[in-house]
Design a protein around this ligand. Sequence first.
Ligand SMILES: [Zn+2]
Ligand SMILES: [Zn+2]
Length: 604
Amino acid sequence: MKDIIAFKFGNQLIDTQSATDEISKNGEAIFFDNSPEALEVIRHSAAHLMAQAIKELYPDAKFFVGPVVEEGFYYDFKTSTKIGEEDLKAIEKKMAQLAKKGYSIEKYTISKDEAVSKFSGDELKQLVLSNIPSDEVSIYRQGEFEDLCRGPHLPNTKYLKFVKLTKIAGAYLGGDENSEMLTRIYGVAFATKEALKEHLHMLEEAEKRDHRKIGNQMGLFFFDDKVGAGLPIWLPAGGRLRAKLESYLFKAHRKRGYQPVRGPELLKSDLWKLSGHYQNYGENIYFTSIDEQEYGIKPMNCLGHIKIFQHSLHSYRDLPLKFFEYGVVHRHEKSGVLHGLFRVREFTQDDAHIFCREDQIKSEVIEVLNFVDTIMKIFDFEYSLEISTRPEKYIGSDEIWETATQSLKEALLENGIQFDIDEGGGAFYGPKIDIKIRDSIGRKWQCGTIQVDFNLPERFDITYIDEENKRVRPVMIHRAILGSFERFIGILTEHYAGEFPFFLAPTQIVIIPIKEGHQPYAQELAKKLVDMEVDVEIYDQNESLNKRIRTAEKSRVPMIVVLGDREVENRTIALRDRRERTKSNITEKEFLELIKEKLDEVEF
Ligand SMILES: [Zn+2]
Ligand SMILES: [Zn+2]
């Protein structure tokens, strides 16, 4: 029997130190294993263990916050000595020693005033304390080490055997670039050796696939400090890849009854106030002024689409109306969180808004989910769904939220679709279904989302005319499938390690004429391929055949065609399919048919 390390009671994870008799009797026991709940407790305690080790090695260390994050944990702190990558081993070693000592992890509660004087010499803890609203705070103690914390924690340090520190970085205090820079060490922790090993292998793979590195090698995109952080610049190869994705997806939308529309980049702040974005999302919006009027640069496309709906009269027979736009949006992200294409300040969403009747919500949600399913299968992504409920900051009444959340749940339940619940993770105007995809190395990404919204239609007083000639409020479904082209292409790049499938590859075919005399055939063939909308390049540099083949392979071009005397004479093609890892000799006709087939088999 595995040890119990915590309890789940309602939606709360409560450690053994905090559990009352009632909770330990009636709560769900969380055992010491690799379940998400157990990992949360384990990683929380691993962060403390790391802090304890740092404190022993660097006695003047002061700690800020040490949360659990998706893939592990980190702690932000400062020391007078500079700590670098090379010091991680020593910290890890110290952690192992401390874990082995088997300190029991104890909890006690003190008043906030007591805590303020207890940590009087520590300005970082004072800052943490000033952000805690309650009058009482809890302290966790293991050996000599004490830390201010809400928990949950393991009962003993002996459980922390499979911990690895993965990264050291600078982090601005509170994520604010005008504040001082702290040191942040990231780590991972598991219940078993195998799980740790598997995870480390995944990290290694992820590093090899880093889209910033591959993007640079393949000439897809870059960033330039002189232009600004978080503002990607697309190079021709990246532009070709992106254009293909956009074009397939565009047709896919048209086929499903979506109308292409386009709203402006700037809208008056008054409109953002009416929608609630100003009050609830304002810190992410960039503002500017024109003729002394304040405007907000759109962080979302909803308002433009609402205006389009309002522009004409609609009857119940017109619904659902589906407006879609490759909407360029800007959002203020703190510079510390910017990360390649994954977190940027300007991006393009594959955004759509479905205006429908209440009785159409379920079928529309299911239709969107089918659309999602088609797209994710094309890219070999597994995915799962999560319903996010009302967040702390929200607009609209409780009843509206209840109805909207219920309709999402019912749509999934009635169709036998499994889902998880993320309490409090909804958008400020409505609950949502998030689509979490799993890439080829097992990482999860949140991409698409479907949100049911009764609030914005209310705020903008939009209506349609029903059977009895009455004005009725429609429901608005906000949805994106890829999320953003930037982020999705970043994910695809890592998912495929840059070896994009044929239909998407920036350069799909490279033709290599061995000698000068083989040039005309190469040109002729290239022309035919261009007519089929295939991106083709001729490698006729004055270099050896092998060198040119190597260059094409290094550029991850899916197909390489070599033309020599024999090929010219017989109108054949020596083909290397890089993805399938095959070589073959086929006629020109067979080759062109093969290419056509490859393009046709992609059905968005
Ligand atoms: Zn803690
Ligand atoms: Zn929207």
